[in-house]
Design a binder for this molecule. Structure first.
Ligand code: GRF
Length: 211
């Protein structure tokens, strides 16, 4: 059974997609053992509570220095003994010590087709604003492993979503979530739970299901 720890900062719809997928069997052989938020008011913590999953908050604002926070944050993560850490809308930079310790065991969902509209400054609505500003006709989402860079790790899954005339950043954000994020994030967790994702030379590959 793959032990999954989910890190969140906000609404937690991606967390919910994982919890629902475990409940209805789209994700097998995995359980969410904990949820950690940097934001005490994150609705995601309520979702964790409703699902009976232990949730806790650890915020950089409660510590004098970033180093102190990073140390306590890593301790909190280690305490959950996760096999996989999922960043589901988590807005805090992962400490280098955590990236190194959990190499190819931390995944992130990003609301664009990497390498478009990603990297520093591209988060939340800003991603969709930039896509509309550029006039692209196809957007989407990416699940990738987390490395030392911002949105630079090995890509596991991507799904494209159409841009439609009249889209606003909010409308596009919602469509990307519904049609891409809430599908490929649970799918990636299921693939990892079944040992079907490997990384070679910095690139991830999904192996065929055993027949
Ligand atoms: C999602 O768009 C995700 O791709 C991004 O942050 C948002 C989080 O939404 N990284 P939620 O908290 O899962 O509802």
């Amino acid at each position: 059974m793959l032990k999954v720890l989910v890190l969140v900062s906000g609404g937690g719809t991606n967390l919910q997609a994982i919890l629902d997928s475990i409940a209805d069997g789209r994700i097998k052989d995995a359980e969410v053992v904990g949820v950690i938020s940097n934001n005490p008011n994150a609705y995601a913590l309520k979702r964790a509570e409703a699902a009976g999953v232990p949730g806790r908050c650890i915020s950089p604002k409660s510590f004098g220095t970033r180093e102190e926070f990073n140390e306590k944050f890593l301790e909190a993560v280690d305490a959950c003994q996760p096999d996989l850490i999922v960043l589901a809308g988590f807005l805090v930079v992962i400490p280098p010590a955590m990236t190194a310790k959990y190499r190819n065991r931390i995944i992130n969902i990003h609301p664009s087709l990497i390498p478009s509209f990603c990297g520093t400054g591209y988060y939340g609505l800003k991603v969709h604003e930039a896509a509309l500003e550029r006039g692209v006709k196809v957007v989407g989402a990416t699940v990738h492993f987390v490395d030392e860079g911002t949105d630079t790790g090995p890509i596991i899954l991507q799904k494209a979503v159409e841009v439609r005339p009249g889209d606003t950043p909010e409308i596009l954000q919602r469509r990307v979530m519904e049609q891409a994020e809430w599908k490929i994030l649970p799918e990636a967790v299921d693939l990892i739970a079944h040992g079907r994702v490997s990384v070679t030379d910095g690139r991830a590959a999904v192996t065929e299901e055993d027949r």
